[in-house]
Design a binder for this molecule. Structure first.
Ligand SMILES: C[S@@+](CC[C@H](N)C(=O)[O-])C[C@H]1O[C@@H](n2cnc3c(N)ncnc32)[C@H](O)[C@@H]1O
Length: 209
């Protein structure tokens, strides 16, 4: 990132990691960094603990799935879930790549072209003074568009309806349009945690104009 970007995520570290998770970060993570020479088809931004990334990996075994997440404990949780007891990547997860940082660092390089970009439950930053931290502002949506294949789709899901409305307003100032499709996904950890006091998840699917 050349210009100073506003931080869109909260903390980078949570509780202390186990010895195994630290080992996975040291030994496995460097081996599964995104590689521009592969045909990188699917990107998930802010994967949390990575359950949806795993779902995608199994649904699309012939596609490379890149997950981006700056929260180290989330990265460790995904590594732990995709590795077996010998700390080897399970065969069904060999198509997962992890970028353990702010996704804008790779998107700004414009080296990838994705067919699908997923963003499930982006941080809503509900307080007015934090609005500038919202990731899905028009400028970022255009950045996603420039990393999207011609007929590609950006799929956004949020149960924060005020953020949903805000995103739809942002889209008006981009090169993207909302196409009206229904989508079925698994419940992510964030979604489950918030079920008791939130509303259903709404989806926005974007394509190039
Ligand atoms: C509310 S959580 C949702 C996590 C997950 N998608 C789920 O549904 O359980 C939002 C996630 O987005 C990540 N995030 C925020 N800004 C990001 C950025 N610029 N690049 C990549 N991830 C980001 C945060 O670290 C956080 O884990």
């Amino acid at each position: 990132m050349e210009k100073q970007e506003i931080r869109t995520f909260g903390r980078r570290h949570g509780k202390k990691l186990s010895i195994r998770k630290n080992l996975l970060i040291e030994n496995i993570l460097p081996k599964i960094c995104p590689n521009e020479s592969e045909s990188n088809d699917i990107l998930e931004i802010g994967f949390g603990a990575g359950e949806h990334v795993r779902e995608l990996a199994q649904e699309y075994p012939n596609k490379i799935i890149i997950g981006a997440e700056p929260f180290v404990n989330g990265v460790a949780a995904l590594l732990s879930a995709i590795c077996d007891d010998n700390n080897e990547i399970r065969p069904e997860y060999k198509n997962i790549r992890i970028f353990p940082d702010d996704v804008r660092l790779i998107l700004n390089q414009n080296k990838f072209k994705f067919s699908t970009i997923w963003i499930l439950h982006p941080d809503p930053w509900p307080k007015a003074r934090h609005e500038k931290r919202r990731l899905l502002a028009a400028e970022f949506l255009n950045l996603l568009g420039s990393n999207l294949k011609a007929n590609g789709q950006i799929i956004i899901g949020t149960d924060h309806w005020e953020y949903y409305d805000w995103i739809t307003e942002q889209v008006k100032n981009t090169n993207l349009i909302i196409c009206n499709s229904k989508i079925e996904t698994i419940e992510t950890r964030y979604q489950k945690k918030n079920m008791a006091h939130t509303t259903e998840t709404k989806y926005i699917i974007l394509t190039h104009k």
